[in-house]
Design a protein around this ligand. Sequence first.
Ligand code: GLA
Length: 565
Amino acid sequence: MADFKNSSFATFLRKNKICPVCFAKKIASATQIHLNGADRFENGTALTPPMGWASWNLFRNRINEKLIEDIAKAMRDSGLADCGYQYVNIDDCWMSSSRDENGRLRGDLATFPSGIKALCEKVNDLGLKLGIYTSNGTLTCEDLPSSLYHERTDAETFAEWGIEYFKYDFCHNIPIPTNAPEISTVMLTKPGCAEGITLYAEDAELRGNAILLSDSKMADTGRYVSGLESGGGSMYFSNVDIPEDGTYTLTLGLHKAGFKDKYLEIVVNDTDIYTLTEPGTKGFTHDGRNQITVELKKGSNSFKFHNPVASRMDSAAKQYRNMGKELQRATKLVAEREGKEEKPICFSICEWGRNKPWIWGHTAGNLWRTTPDIKPVWASIIGIYEVNVRLYKHAGSGNWNDPDMLEVGNGDLNDNENKAHFSLWCMMSAPLILGNDLRKFIRPDGSVDKDNKILKIISNKAAIAINQDKLGIQCRRIRTNGLTDVLVKPLENKEMAICLLNKGPVEMEVSFDMKDIVKESFALLPDAYKYEVYDIWDDKEFKIRDTYSAKLAPHSVKLFRIMAD
Ligand code: GLA
């Protein structure tokens, strides 16, 4: 709770005259389970779900700097920026297939010839923010250079360019091995010195599955520690006396074993974590060696050796957390170096829900994809909704479930389907990242096509207000019969959004009773004699006492904002 009270979200609540402690007690216990987590990823962005546009859903690999700039202009000129849309995100295919001579990513030399920094400045001049994409793998999904093993360089490059949104995909990922090296000795030397301190396996404190074994074909004592893999065991040296503060070379003497890659974490003085990987081994001798540089302090030092990665989920969480930390480090570094205000990068995790990111995503980034890629067809939208709607407990201000970018205005979705898709994303506190061609909203004479049905949907301020509500509570489904659902979302000022959904192909009647809704523990709506209802898509107001029922067309919703009368 102490961490929560001091968090930027708590400050934000106070500014909005909401008592953070009361809020945490009333809301977090019932809904947002990660809100109090000390390990929450917090960078001041995405306090409400991020809003913007991304190139992938419609344009795929057919992108270039002019298109991105034209979309940004259209976002501003159509009034979408005034509705809250601010990120212009370049998805896959922006990068050249080769890094520059300093190993840095660069824009495609033919389609982004002015470079991403220049494009970012243009987008910023329009009052908008530029977003970018790579993969947590050796290549992107379109097989272009990516950021796994280049995290620090790429994070710094993005921060230097002024990027403010970063989507990190999962194609060509290489998981962290769950195996661990077997350690015989640990040698600590000052750079330039051959003599130092040597620690022997037999003197270590062993925990869990860690076990001392011997191999007569090895040098020295032939004894080594095994069993450090999969979070099952660890090896410690404490009270290692170091003569002076400084940088030391830590050389591990290893027992060569097995053909699988191995991973090790070395925790120095309980705080500094160093990592190393060891390739599968086959050599003439049984003795291997691995070296890193560590910072030690004068006097007593401690060392822990282990591989805590036991699963694909551990691996993904660690790799995404690592990138999140690098982004935070990079934006601070660049701000200090350039003497400018820090531009934090909203960090969008995109591993398609493979490794249950709703469990760990809040420790790594601002949002996490919960599902595979969306398509502009009703079955895809509803399939994604069915997964994401159940995950309401994991979302909250600063860290959101992401059911993927919007397809409103794409494919053959009809008016009801477009409204329903948008409404569901608003109810689920989903990021509102548009995926359609915004240039269509601007007529050749430069005026805005205000009658454009798609523009009307995505700029509906009442619908957006539900999504952007400061409480940041994802809706709950309180009733379903398979074909129709009733969703409720508590809002600020003791108001509530209700969405009735007909998923099926024929007209269906959907109803609710205010008494059932008010008695739910998470509802912030007071028990009242009458309620005032605003029908968002019909733009009509009416009052209800208790029950309400309506016939809904196939693939459609009714979206209401309700308050006590
Ligand atoms: C994956 C992602 C998509 C998109 C493409 C780009 O499929 O899930 O959203 O970014 O990669 O190649």
